[in-house]
Design a protein around this ligand. Structure first.
Ligand SMILES: [Zn+2]
Ligand SMILES: [Zn+2]
Length: 878
C-alpha cells in the first residue's frame, strides 16, 4: 500500500464523495441472481417527485441501508431497489401552480402539452432525489432503479386493472364519493383528514302538503336541502307512523317530497325525522336506493350550486348556505339553531372541506381481497415490527370500503378503458383497441380519468422486479424480505401492497414490515413548513458529514417510535467519529507488520489482550442479535460504548506500555490484537457509519473495501467470563482511584503507593495487573495486603472487589495543603462576618422581605459548616 496513514484530521468531506463513487463504479450495490446464495431484498418506498427529501426520508434511508449492509456482509445477495413515485395529484397540483406563475393555464394548454411539462419536471426532480439518496450513503442498486410511470410499471398497472375487471372486481358506478371541490377530483377514504369544526345544527320546519302541520328536521349542511327527495322516519316510531305515505312541501324549491319509513333512522337521535339527499350523503344514497328516490345533484364539481338548485344557482356552497338560512328565517320555518361541534372531512393535501357527491367513478371491490390480506398477517406469513402496528392494519382492512380508483386528473396512469360511441360497449384492454369488439365501429373514446396514485404503488414489490414478465429477478428476489416504512402509510400503502401481492403473485410481498416513527424537532413538534422548524439533511451532511447524520438518526431509535432531532447530537456523533479517527491513527502509526508476521502464532496474550478479545466477541454476538431483531438503536449504542470506552479509553491505554517498552513478542501480539479488534469494531459500525469505517479499514488492510467484507463471526473460545470479571475489577479500582485524585486535586505526576486488600479470590487479579495500576492509577508501588492493617492517615476506597488504601501524604503536600486550607479559612471567616453584620442591622431586618432574610440566614449556616470542615482537615494534618 502506498498510503501509510490517515489524514491528520477527520474531515468527511474529503472522502465521503470519493468513497461513494468508488463503490458505485465497482458495482458493489448490484447483486447477482445467484442460486447458491440466499437473497435479501428491500424495495425502497419510492419518494414522491414533488420535492426534496426531508429528515423523515433520511431516517428511512438510513434504516434500510443498515439492514442491507448488514445482510450483504452476512453473505446474502442483498438487493435494495430504489425508485420514485409519480405522485399523481400532488405533482399535478405543484406543476399546475408553477405553470400558473408563468402565465400558463393547465386547461388551456391541453392534456398533451401539460403532460410534457410534467415529464420535464419529473426528470429534473428524479435527478435531485437520486443525488440526495447518494449523499446519504445509500447502497441501493441504481441499475435497477424504477419509476411508477416507467413503461414496464405502466404495463403492470394495465395488466392488474384488466385482471381485476375480468374477475368482476372492478366496476364503474354511481356512488357517493369524497369530492374535493378545490382539486376537482374524487378521493379515497385514506386521503381524508378529520378536523374538528364549530358549526350549527339548523332545525328546519318542512310543512305537510295537506296543511295539517309540519315536521322538523335538523341538518349541518342546509344547502343540501335543495337536493332533498324525501324525509324518513323509523317505521316503529309512534309519533310519525300515521304520516308515512303522506307528503311534504319542500320549502324554497316548490317540490313535493314523500315521507318514508326506514330502519336506518334513529328515533332517539335529533327530531326523529331525517331529510334524505341521495346525491350528497352516503347513507341517504342507500335510503334512496331502497325507496327508489330520485338523486338530485345540486352542486357542481367546484362546489357551486348548479341548475338544479333553483334561484341559488351560481352561489358557492357556503354563500348558498347563508342565503338559504336567511330565506328560511323570513318564511318563519326555522325552529331553532343549535351550536354544534363536529368532525368534518377535509382533503389531506389542500385542507378543503370534502363534499360527498354522487358521481360516476371506477371502484375496486375490496372485501374479497381484504380477507386473504388479513389472514396472511394472522398466520404470520408477514410480521409487523413492532407487533402493535398489526392493529392499525387489521382495523383498516376489517372496515374497508370499496376503493374509488378513478381520479379526474391528467398526470398518472390513464384508465385502460374505451367507450364505443355507436353501441355503448365498454372495452377494457391492455392495448389500445382499433375498433369496437362488439360492433366493429372505430368511434372509440378513451376514458379521461387516471388511476389513484396508490394503484401503481400497490404493485411496487413485484412491478419493479419485472412483473408481468417472468424475469429471473422476480423469481429470485420475490417475495421481498423487509419493508421499511413509517406508520403513517399503513392504510395507504402497506395493506394495498399486501392484497395486491397476494392477488397477483399468490404470495405475500414481504416477510417483515419494519415500522419506524417520524422525526420531530428537539421540542417534539412535527417538522413542518409552516413552523419553519425543518432541518435539511443535506445541510447537516455538508457541515458534519453523512456518517454523523446517520449516527444521530439511529441513536436512541426504537422500532415504531418517533425520534427527536437534536443538533448537538449530530455534533456528538462527529466527536465520536473524531475519537475513532484519532485512535485509528495512533494504531496505524505504531503497529509494525514485520512483528505481527513474526509472532502471528504466539498465544502469549496479556491480561488486557485476553480481556478485549473476550469483550469484542461478546459484542459481536449481541449486536448481531440486535440487528436480527431490528433493534438498530441498541446495536449502535453497544458498538459506540465499546469503541469509546473499552477500546479507546481502556485497551489502548492498557497496551501503551507494551507499545513503548514491551519485548518484540509482546509487541507483535498486541499489534495483532489491536488491529483485529479494531477491524471487527469497524465492521460492526459499518452499517451505521459506512464512510469513516471504509476509510480506516482500507488503511488497516490490503482489502479494497469493508462493505463486501464478511460480518464478524463469534469466536466462542475467546469469550472468558473470568477474565472479564478480573479486568472489570481492576478497571473499577483504577476509576475510583482516579476519581478520588481528581476530587482532591492531585496532579498526575504526584505518584502514590497503593495498599490493596483484595476480596476473597480476587488476589490473583490484582497481582497480575500491577503494571496497569502503576500506569493508569498513577501508583508508585502496589502492595497487596493479607489483612486489614489500616493506618489512620490513609484514605480508603471500597470497590466491589477490594479495599484500597492510599497514604494521605502521598496525595497531598502537607505544607502546601495547610497553606491552601488557611486561605480558605480566612475567606470563609470574612464571608461569615459580612453576613452576620447584615443580620445584625436593624434597618435591614425592618425593610427586607422575609424570604431574603431567610436566605441570608441559610448562607450563614452554610459558611459555618464549610468552616468547620476546613478546621477539621487542618487539625488532622497537624
Ligand atoms: Zn383538494
Ligand atoms: Zn361498438
Amino acid at each position: 500500500m502506498e498510503k501509510k496513514n490517515l489524514e491528520t484530521t477527520y474531515s468527511p468531506k474529503e472522502f465521503e464523495k470519493r468513497i461513494y463513487e468508488n463503490w458505485l463504479n465497482k458495482g458493489y450495490f448490484t447483486p447477482k441472481v445467484d442460486k447458491d446464495k440466499k437473497p435479501y431484498t428491500i424495495v425502497m418506498p419510492p419518494p414522491n417527485i414533488t420535492g426534496k427529501l426531508h429528515m423523515g426520508h433520511a431516517l428511512d434511508l438510513t434504516l434500510q441501508d443498515m439492514l442491507i449492509r448488514f445482510k450483504r456482509m452476512q453473505g446474502y445477495e442483498a438487493l435494495w431497489l430504489p425508485g420514485e413515485d409519480h405522485a399523481s395529484i400532488a405533482t399535478e397540483v405543484r406543476v399546475e401552480n408553477e405553470l400558473l406563475k408563468q402565465g400558463l393555464v393547465k386547461k388551456e394548454m391541453g392534456r398533451e402539452a401539460f403532460l410534457e411539462k410534467v415529464y420535464e419536471w419529473s426528470e429534473e426532480y428524479r435527478e435531485k432525489i437520486r443525488d440526495q439518496i447518494k449523499k446519504m450513503g445509500s447502497s441501493c442498486d441504481f441499475t435497477r432503479e424504477a419509476f411508477t410511470m416507467d413503461e414496464n410499471l405502466s404495463r403492470a398497472v394495465r395488466e392488474v386493472f384488466v385482471k381485476l375487471y375480468n374477475d368482476g372486481l372492478i366496476y364503474r358506478g354511481n356512488r357517493i364519493t369524497n369530492w374535493c371541490p378545490k382539486c376537482e377530483t374524487a378521493l379515497s377514504d385514506a386521503e381524508i383528514e378529520y378536523v374538528e369544526h364549530n358549526g350549527n345544527f339548523w332545525h328546519f320546519r318542512y310543512p305537510l302538503s295537506d296543511g295539517s302541520g309540519y315536521l322538523v328536521i335538523a341538518t349541518t349542511r342546509p344547502e343540501t336541502m335543495l337536493g332533498d327527495t324525501a324525509v324518513a322516519v323509523h317505521p316503529e316510531d309512534e309519533r310519525f307512523r300515521h304520516l308515512v305515505g303522506k307528503t311534504l312541501d319542500l320549502p324554497l324549491m316548490d317540490r313535493v317530497i314523500p315521507i318514508v319509513a326506514d330502519d336506518y333512522v334513529d328515533s332517539e337521535f335529533g327530531t326523529g325525522c331525517v331529510k334524505i339527499t341521495p346525491a350528497h350523503d352516503p347513507n341517504d344514497f342507500h335510503v334512496g336506493e331502497r325507496h327508489k328516490l330520485e338523486a338530485i345533484r345540486v352542486l357542481d364539481d367546484k362546489g357551486i350550486i348548479n341548475e338544479f338548485g333553483g334561484k341559488y344557482q351560481g352561489l358557492d356552497r357556503y354563500e348558498a348556505r347563508k342565503a338559504i338560512v336567511s330565506d328560511m328565517e323570513k318564511l318563519g320555518l326555522i325552529e331553532k339553531i343549535e351550536p354544534h361541534t363536529h368532525n368534518v372531512n377535509t382533503h389531506d393535501r389542500c385542507g378543503t372541506v370534502i363534499e360527498p357527491i354522487i358521481s360516476k367513478q371506477w371502484y375496486v371491490e375490496m372485501k374479497p381481497q381484504a380477507g386473504p390480506a388479513i389472514e396472511a398477517v394472522r398466520s404470520r406469513k408477514t410480521n409487523f415490527v413492532p407487533e402493535r402496528f398489526e392493529k392499525t392494519y387489521f382495523h383498516w382492512l376489517e372496515n374497508i370500503q370499496d376503493w374509488c380508483i378513478s381520479r379526474q386528473l391528467w398526470w398518472g396512469h390513464r384508465i385502460p378503458v374505451w367507450y364505443c360511441d355507436d353501441c355503448q360497449e365498454v372495452i377494457v384492454s391492455n392495448d389500445t383497441p382499433h375498433s369496437c369488439t362488439k360492433c366493429g365501429s372505430t368511434n372509440l373514446r378513451e376514458e379521461e380519468d387516471v388511476l389513484d396514485t396508490w394503484f401503481s404503488s400497490a404493485l411496487w414489490p413485484f412491478s419493479t422486479l419485472g412483473w408481468p414478465n417472468e424475469t429471473e429477478d422476480l423469481k429470485y428476489f420475490y417475495p421481498t424480505s423487509t419493508l421499511v416504512t413509517g406508520y403513517d402509510i399503513i392504510p395507504f400503502w402497506v395493506m394495498r401492497m399486501m392484497f395486491s401481492g397476494l392477488y397477483n403473485m399468490g404470495e405475500v410481498p414481504f416477510d417483515t414490515v419494519f415500522i419506524h416513527g417520524i422525526v420531530r424537532d428537539a421540542q417534539g413538534r412535527k417538522m413542518s413548513k409552516s413552523l419553519g422548524n425543518g432541518v435539511d439533511p443535506l445541510e447537516t451532511i455538508d457541515i458534519y458529514g453523512a456518517d454523523a447524520l446517520r449516527f444521530m438518526l439511529i441513536t436512541g431509535n426504537a422500532p415504531g417510535s418517533d425520534i427527536r432531532f437534536y443538533p448537538e447530537r449530530v455534533e456528538a456523533a462527529r466527536n465520536f467519529a473524531n475519537k475513532l479517527w484519532n485512535a485509528s491513527r495512533f494504531v496505524l502509526m505504531n503497529i509494525d507488520e514485520e512483528l505481527i508476521e513474526k509472532y502471528k502464532d504466539s498465544t502469549n496474550y496479556s491480561l488486557a489482550d485476553r480481556w478485549i478479545l473476550s469483550k469484542v466477541n461478546n459484542l459481536i454476538e449481541e449486536v448481531t442479535e440486535n440487528f436480527e431483531k431490528f433493534e438498530l438503536g441498541i446495536a449502535l449504542a453497544k458498538v459506540y460504548e465499546f469503541i469509546w470506552n473499552e477500546l479507546c479509553d481502556w485497551y489502548i491505554e492498557l497496551i501503551k506500555p507494551v507499545f513503548y517498552n514491551g519485548t518484540d513478542e509482546e509487541k507483535g501480539v498486541s499489534y495483532r490484537v489491536i488491529r483485529e479488534v479494531l477491524i471487527k469494531s469497524l465492521k460492526l459500525l459499518h452499517p451505521t457509519m459506512p464512510f469513516i469505517t471504509e476509510e480506516i479499514y482500507t488503511f488497516l488492510n490490503d482489502e479494497e473495501t469493508i462493505m463486501m467484507a464478511s460480518w464478524p463471526e463469534v469466536e466462542k473460545e475467546n469469550i472468558d467470563a473470568k477474565i472479564e470479571d478480573t479486568m472489570g475489577g481492576v478497571i473499577e479500582a483504577i476509576k475510583s482511584i482516579r476519581n478520588l485524585r481528581q476530587e482532591m486535586n492531585v496532579p498526575n505526576k504526584r505518584k502514590s503507593t497503593l495498599y490493596i486488600l483484595p476480596n476473597e479470590g480476587k488476589e490473583e487479579a490484582f497481582v497480575s495487573s500491577k503494571d496497569y495500576l502503576i500506569k493508569l492509577a498513577y501508583a508508585e508501588d502496589v502492595v497487596i495486603l493479607k489483612e486489614d492493617n489500616t493506618d489512620e492517615n490513609n484514605v480508603s476506597l471500597v470497590t466491589s472487589t477490594a479495599r484500597i488504601y492510599i497514604p494521605l501524604l502521598d496525595l497531598i503536600d502537607r505544607d502546601k495543603e495547610l497553606e491552601r486550607l488557611g486561605k480558605e479559612k480566612t475567606k470563609l471567616e470574612s464571608e461569615i462576618e459580612r453576613v452576620n453584620k447584615k443580620l445584625g442591622n436593624e434597618k435591614f431586618l425592618a425593610n427586607a422581605k422575609e424570604d431574603v432574610i431567610q436566605e441570608e440566614k441559610a448562607k450563614a449556616a452554610k459558611y459555618q459548616a464549610m468552616l468547620d470542615a476546613v478546621d477539621e482537615r487542618i487539625q488532622a494534618l497537624k
